[in-house]
Design a protein around this ligand. Structure first.
Ligand code: GLP
Length: 296
C-alpha cells in the first residue's frame, strides 16, 4: 500500500473540517435514513444495472466520492455497466478514490487471481480513475498486521467510505469476514473457510492452488460506510440472502450485521430473492417510495 495522494495532500480529510459537525451529521442522518431496503429485480442484468445507476448517481452528486469496492463474479456486471457509462455518458471517475474490501495473502498484483488484477481488468483500466487513488490491501506486506492498521488509517484519512459495494459469499460473508468474525472487527488477516475455498477454487485451478488467508476489512469497518449496497444474484444465494436480511444477527453470517446499518440497500434478482418472506412488502416500497422513482 502506498500513500501518494496523501503525500501530495490531495485526499480530503473531512475530520480536518470539523469533527463534531460530522459526528452530529452522521447521527442526525441515521434518524432520517431508511435502514435496510430490499429491491428485487427481474434478472441479474437488471439488478447489476440498478447498482451501477446508484453508483453513478452518487458519483455525479459528489465527484470526490470515496467508493468501497468488491470483487467476485457478481460484481463483474456492475463494472461492465460503469465502464459503459464512462464511455457513453461521460461518467467521470477522475476525482474519486476507491478502497477494496479485501485481497489474498501472498499473491502478486500481476497474478490473474489477485483482486488488484481483477479490479484493473474489470474497472480501473477502462475508466479515468487516478491509479494513485485506488487502494487494496497489500497481501505481500512483510508485516501484515501493520498493513491492516495502515489500511484502516488510510480509510480514515480519506474521510471514511461514502458508498460501499458488497457481494455475499456462500458462507454468508461480506469481504472475507468468514463465520465467527466479530461484528466489530477491523481490517485484519483472516483464514478462509472450506466453503469459501471450495467456492473460489475453480478460479485457481483447484483447492491446492488457492491461498488460505486474505486481508479483509472488518465487519465493523464495513458498516461504518455511510451507505452500503449488497448485490446478490442466482439461486445459489437465495438461502444466504434470506438469512442475511431476515435472520437473526449473528457472527456466523456476517452479512446480518448490515441489519444494524442506517442505510443499506440489498439488490437481488428473482432467484436470489426467492426465499425472502417479505417480498411483497419490499416490492411495494420500491414501487411507491419517491426515493426510487428514477430507478423504476
Ligand atoms: C469472495 C469475496 C467477496 C464476494 C464473494 C462472492 O468471497 N471476498 O467479497 O462477495 O466472493 O463472490 P461471487 O460474486 O463470485 O459469488
Amino acid at each position: 500500500m502506498n500513500f501518494p495522494a496523501q503525500a501530495e495532500g490531495k485526499f480530503r480529510d473531512r475530520r480536518g473540517v470539523c469533527p463534531s459537525f460530522f459526528f452530529v451529521f452522521n447521527h442526525v442522518s441515521s434518524w432520517l435514513t431508511p435502514g435496510v431496503e430490499v429491491i428485487i429485480q427481474p434478472n441479474r442484468e437488471a439488478a447489476a444495472s440498478l447498482v451501477a445507476r446508484i453508483v453513478a448517481h452518487d458519483l455525479r452528486a459528489n465527484p470526490h466520492l470515496v467508493l468501497g469496492l468488491a470483487t467476485g463474479a457478481t460484481m463483474e456486471r456492475v463494472y461492465r455497466h460503469l465502464v459503459r457509462m464512462h464511455k457513453e455518458e461521460k461518467l467521470d471517475f477522475s476525482l474519486c478514490s476507491t478502497f477494496n474490501l479485501d485481497e489474498y495473502v501472498g499473491l502478486f498484483p500481476s497474478d490473474p487471481n489477485s483482486y488488484r488484477h481483477y479490479m484493473d481488468h474489470h474497472l480501473f483500466h477502462h475508466v479515468n480513475v487516478d491509479p494513485r487513488n485506488t487502494h487494496l490491501p497489500n497481501g505481500l506486506a512483510n508485516d501484515l498486521d501493520a498493513e491492516c492498521r495502515n489500511y484502516e488509517a488510510l480509510i480514515q484519512r480519506f474521510g471514511g467510505i461514502d458508498l460501499q459495494l458488497l457481494g455475499i459469499g456462500k458462507a454468508g460473508h461480506i469481504g472475507f469476514n468468514e463465520p465467527l468474525s466479530a461484528l466489530r472487527s477491523r481490517t485484519r488477516v483472516k483464514a478462509l473457510t472450506p466453503t469459501t475455498i471450495k467456492q473460489n477454487a475453480p478460479m485457481f485451478g483447484g483447492e491446492d492452488q488457492m491461498p488460505r488467508r486474505a486481508i479483509t476489512m472488518g465487519v465493523g469497518t464495513i458498516i461504518e460506510a455511510r451507505r452500503c449496497i449488497l448485490l446478490a444474484t442466482g439461486d445459489s444465494k437465495a438461502e444466504v440472502v434470506a438469512q442475511a436480511v431476515e435472520g437473526p444477527i449473528t457472527s456466523m453470517v456476517t452479512a446480518t450485521a448490515l441489519q444494524l446499518h442506517a442505510r443499506c440497500t440489498v439488490v437481488v434478482d428473482e432467484e436470489a430473492g426467492a426465499k425472502l418472506k417479505e417480498k411483497e412488502y419490499y416490492r411495494w416500497i420500491f414501487e411507491n417510495e419517491p426515493e426510487w422513482e428514477s430507478y423504476r
